[in-house]
Design a protein around this ligand. Structure first.
Ligand code: PHB
Length: 390
C-alpha cells in the first residue's frame, strides 16, 4: 500500500514536471528614443512584480518578451504584435504606451486567442474594441473630470483647454469641458495641438490673450509635458494670473527634478503618486526603485505594469496555463485588490480599472526635492468616458 502511494506520488511529480511550460508575455513599449523612460517604467513595474511574486505561476515559468516601439506608430505596433504571437508564441500581449498603438492591436486578439492587458494607453474607447482587452492604467476621462470639480471649488470661472490632438487629449478636453460646464463654469476656448508640437510659446500667448483665469492641459508624459510646463513658467503665465490645472501626466515624478522650482505648487489630479502612503506602495516603490536603477526615474507607467502583471498572473492561474483568452479575461472581471495606488478593481462590464483619483500638489520634501503630495481623494472612480460613448 505504502509503496503504491509513493509510486503514485512519483508519477504525479514526474507528470507535473513533464507538463511544466514556459508561458510567454509579449510587452510592447517605448524602450528607446525620447519616451524611453516611460518604457523603462513598464519594465521596472514588471520586474518589481516578478521579484516580489516569483517568475512562476503553478508549475509554469513566466517569460517576458519585450519589443521596442519608440513612438506612436500603429502599423509597426500591429507588426510587432503579430510577430510576438506568430513567431514567439506569446499567450498574452501587454504594455502599449500610446493609444494608437493599442488600438492597432485590438483587431488581432480574437483570432490569435490572446488577451491584451493595456498598461498605459488611456483613451476610453480602447476597451470597447475587443472583449479581450483589460486595462490596468487609467483613462484621461477618469483623471481629468475630477480636476473640473477642483477648479470650480477653488473659484475658477473661465478656463481655456489645451490638449494634444489625438484620443487621450480629445477625451481629456471633453471630460473637463463637460464636467466644468455642468458645474457652472465656462470654457472660453479649446486648443488642440499636433502631437509633434514642441514650441509652446505661441500657445502660451493665446492662453494669455484668452482672458481665462486658468489653463487646463493634457499632453502625453515625456519630453512633451516637460516642455509644456517649462513654457508655462517661462512665458510668465502664473504671474499673468493664469492658473495651471492638469491631470498628473504633466507633473510625473521623473520630470520634477528638471522642472525644479517651476513645478512648485502645481495642482494635478491622477491615479498614482510615488509618494502614496501605504504599506503596499512602500513595498512596491522599494522593489521598483531597485529594478529601475535610478530611483529619480520612477513614474506612473510602473504601477500600470505592476498591476497588469497581477492581472496576468490571475489569468494564468485561472486557465492553469492553457491558452484560453476568453476564460482568462472572464476570470479577472470583478477582481479587486490593494494596489500600490490604493484599492482597485476590474469593472466586470467594461474591463477597465476602477480606482481612487487623488488631487495632488507639487510640494518640497525635507531634502529639497519636489514630489506630488496627495491632498484629497475622489474615491472609487469608474470611467465616465465609457458612459459618454454609449
Ligand atoms: C496615450 O497615448 O493613451 C497616453 C500616453 C501618455 C499619457 C497618457 C495617455 O501620459
Amino acid at each position: 500500500m505504502k509503496t503504491s502511494i509513493l509510486a503514485a506520488l512519483a508519477v504525479l511529480a514526474l507528470s507535473s514536471t513533464a507538463f511544466a511550460d514556459t508561458i510567454k508575455v509579449g510587452v510592447v513599449g517605448p524602450f528607446s528614443g525620447p519616451f524611453a523612460i516611460q518604457g523603462k517604467n513598464f519594465k521596472a513595474g514588471i520586474d518589481a512584480w516578478m521579484a516580489l511574486n516569483g517568475a512562476k505561476v503553478g508549475d509554469d515559468d513566466i517569460e517576458i518578451v519585450y519589443r521596442d516601439l519608440p513612438a506612436a506608430d500603429p502599423a509597426q505596433s500591429k507588426a510587432l504584435a503579430q510577430e510576438l504571437v506568430v513567431k514567439e508564441g506569446v499567450q498574452y500581449l501587454a504594455g502599449f504606451y500610446f493609444t494608437p498603438d493599442a488600438m492597432a492591436v485590438t483587431p488581432l486578439l480574437e483570432q490569435a486567442n490572446v488577451p491584451l492587458v493595456v498598461m498605459n494607453a488611456a483613451t476610453s474607447a480602447i476597451v470597447t474594441k475587443s472583449p479581450l482587452v483589460v486595462r490596468t492604467s487609467f483613462t484621461t476621462w477618469q483623471t481629468s473630470a475630477p480636476m473640473a470639480k477642483v477648479a470650480k471649488e477653488r473659484g475658477v470661472k473661465k478656463v481655456i483647454t489645451v490638449v494634444s490632438d489625438y484620443g487621450p487629449g480629445v477625451d481629456s478636453e471633453n471630460a473637463f469641458k463637460t464636467t466644468f460646464t455642468a458645474e457652472g463654469g465656462e470654457v472660453v476656448d479649446s486648443i488642440r495641438m499636433p502631437l509633434s508640437t514642441n514650441d509652446f510659446s505661441p500657445i502660451m500667448q493665446r492662453v494669455k490673450d484668452s482672458g481665462a483665469d486658468a489653463v487646463f492641459a493634457f499632453l502625453p508624459s515625456g519630453p512633451t509635458t516637460l516642455g509644456f510646463v517649462k513654457a508655462y513658467n517661462e512665458n510668465g503665465l502664473a504671474k499673468a494670473g493664469v492658473q495651471f490645472l492638469a491631470p498628473g501626466d504633466l507633473t510625473q515624478e521623473s520630470d520634477l527634478p528638471a522642472l525644479g522650482d517651476a513645478a512648485a505648487g502645481l495642482l494635478t489630479t491622477f491615479h498614482y503618486a510615488v509618494s502614496h502612503d501605504s504599506a503596499e506602495n512602500k513595498t512596491f516603490v522599494e522593489a521598483a526603485r531597485k529594478a529601475i536603477g535610478n530611483p529619480a526615474e520612477l513614474s506612473f507607467p510602473s504601477v500600470g505594469a505592476y498591476d497588469g502583471m497581477h492581472v496576468i498572473y490571475k489569468m494564468i492561474e485561472a486557465t492553469s496555463g492553457k491558452q484560453d483568452a476568453q476564460k482568462a479575461v472572464d476570470a479577472v472581471k470583478g477582481l479587486a485588490w490593494e494596489s500600490p495606488r490604493g484599492p482597485v478593481s476590474i469593472d466586470a462590464e467594461s474591463r477597465h480599472i476602477t480606482q481612487n483619483i487623488y488631487l495632488r500638489e507639487v510640494a518640497k520634501a525635507e531634502d529639497g526635492s519636489y514630489y506630488n503630495k496627495e491632498i484629497a481623494t475622489f474615491e472609487k472612480q469608474g470611467d465616465p468616458g465609457l458612459a459618454a460613448l454609449k
